[in-house]
Write a protein that binds this ligand. Structure first.
Ligand code: FE2
Length: 377
């Protein structure tokens, strides 16, 4: 609710038609959910949380929910070929299907967004079990990606109806310090960034808080453009990228080719101790992009004083950037599938609210080296 004062009258305008409490979970459609769940547990430090499948009355799929602090991932796989989940995987490979958002009222969220032009993915459904009632609805966004609205204020179970608690007493991987979703980035097609910016403005009431043009995000060879969309309270941030013309192929184009369309490019996961988190992830086999060590030669001249020792940052390849409000540390994984599609960012914010503009060039040169090695530059 915000108040606008006009010269004639005092009017109260309800601008918060879609109050969001944050990311509820990220759901991935994958070829083998049992093994993917094991990867996120063993490599990323998630814990087993809940399972849904034939044993819980769900006939067409198996889903594993894993959790670390406020981060919940759901790995879902189809059990048969003739199935929209199977079609999704055939077309895109493993990837993000649902960026699910916690709302106080999933029925209102669906009505307000579809009324403003969103295409419905799922009308509001009340799901009940002995632990209460959960309401879910959903709308389409870019590509085959969807936003689910999750209302769980009357639900006390471990995850949601249809799931049962799941754990393995012999396998409790240590946590890696990953806390919550910082932002999720979408890659869209040529000239599609602004229409999707407008979608998030008109349909979801988001604001465009930052923009990067192809001058900001370009190397000698390739370029992209990006606009960051944020919910009013800043709890949910969705940057949108589109490719830009360069001498060679943009990384966004490579993504679009291999994902077979628009989709989620990366999910940024927050930590309070990036050195510890990245050390843990790396020791468990997560692979990261590397910038040349010369990046660190003049780092402190560029970003000023930072609390961290430079040695471990250099050794792990962690990047640093500063804005008016503070600084941030970040690092990007290599794609977590064989297709050059979805990857993860690990981010620690120390006041900064931006996205690491000062690192774009070094980062994209690192991505180009990988693209080149794949023959896709
Ligand atoms: Fe990011």
């Amino acid at each position: 609710m915000s108040t606008t004062i006009t010269s004639e009258t005092t009017q109260t305008i309800n601008t918060d038609f879609l109050p969001l409490e944050g990311t509820d979970y990220v759901e991935f459609y994958v070829g083998n959910a049992k093994q993917a769940a094991h990867y996120y547990m063993s490599a990323f430090g998630f814990q087993a949380l809940a399972y849904a499948g034939p044993e819980t009355g769900v006939k067409d799929r198996a889903s594993y929910a894993v959790r670390q602090h406020k981060l919940t991932f759901v790995l879902t796989t189809p059990l048969r070929a003739d199935n929209p989940i199977a079609d999704h995987i055939y077309k895109h490979g493993d990837g993000v299907k649902a960026l699910s958002l916690r709302v106080p009222d999933a029925t209102s969220a669906w009505k307000e967004t579809t009324k403003r032009g969103a295409r419905s993915f799922m009308e509001p459904v009340k799901m009940k079990d002995n632990d209460g009632e959960l309401v879910m609805s959903g709308i389409h966004t870019y590509g085959d990606t969807v936003h689910l609205f999750i209302e769980r204020k009357n639900y006390n179970g471990v995850f949601m109806p249809g799931y049962r608690a799941w754990s393995n007493p012999y396998f409790k991987p240590a946590d890696t310090g990953l806390l919550y979703v910082d932002h999720c980035v979408g890659n869209v097609g040529w000239n599609q960034m602004n229409p999707w910016v407008k979608f998030y403005e008109d349909v979801m009431g988001f604001k465009n808080i930052l923009s990067f043009d192809d001058e900001d995000i370009s190397t000698e060879y390739s370029a992209l453009m990006s606009k960051v969309m944020s919910s009013g309270n800043g709890f949910v941030k969705f940057p949108i990228n589109e490719p830009a013309e360069g001498k060679k192929k943009s990384q966004v184009e490579e993504y679009l080719d291999f994902y077979n369309g628009e989709g989620c490019q990366h999910v940024a996961l927050a930590t309070n101790d990036i050195v510890k988190t990245v050390t843990e992830l790396q020791s468990r086999g997560v692979e990261f992009l590397k910038v040349p060590t010369s990046y660190y030669d003049d780092l402190l001249d560029r970003v000023g004083h930072i609390d961290e020792d430079l040695g471990p940052l250099r050794e792990l390849g962690i990047l640093v950037d500063r804005d008016n409000e503070g600084y941030l540390l970040q690092l990007f994984s290599k794609p977590v599938e064989d297709r050059p599609t979805l990857f993860f960012e690990i981010i620690q914010r120390k006041g900064a609210k931006s996205f690491g503009k000062g690192n774009f060039k070094a980062l994209f040169e690192a991505i180009e080296r990988e693209q080149d090695a794949r023959g896709n530059l």
